[in-house]
Design a protein around this ligand. Sequence first.
Ligand code: 5GP
Ligand code: ZN
Length: 111
Amino acid sequence: MTDCIFCKIVAGEIPSKKIYEDEKIIVINDLNPGAPVHVLIIPKEHTENILTASSNLLPYIQAKLGEIVKTLGIAEKGFRIVINTGEDGGQSVNHLHFHVLGGKTLGWPPC
Ligand code: 5GP
Ligand code: ZN
């Protein structure tokens, strides 16, 4: 989608170091990390949020998650996945993405 920053990253129009990539998703470091490990899992196909995503996307990401968190070194101690959605949810980029945070004991609640 024109003017979507994550579509531009997926297309390579904005350079990024991809931690993981396959035919459906990329994983990149968040520009402003909120934890020692803070990556974004970004579906290659543009969709606005979790409500508009295809129903097979979540199972697909779950199937790849073990490998991704192992690569990041956070499989053993744990991590958090966040999907900010809409205005109240704090979504600032309207291309679905999954924050994966870890590398320290995270606080709760996050608001
Ligand atoms: P949201 O607020 O929509 O849940 O998350 C968007 C995230 O994307 C933010 O954590 C922000 O730091 C990150 N972000 C925004 N622009 C870029 C960018 O150009 N590159 C990377 N790597 N992350 C970005
Ligand atoms: Zn997009």
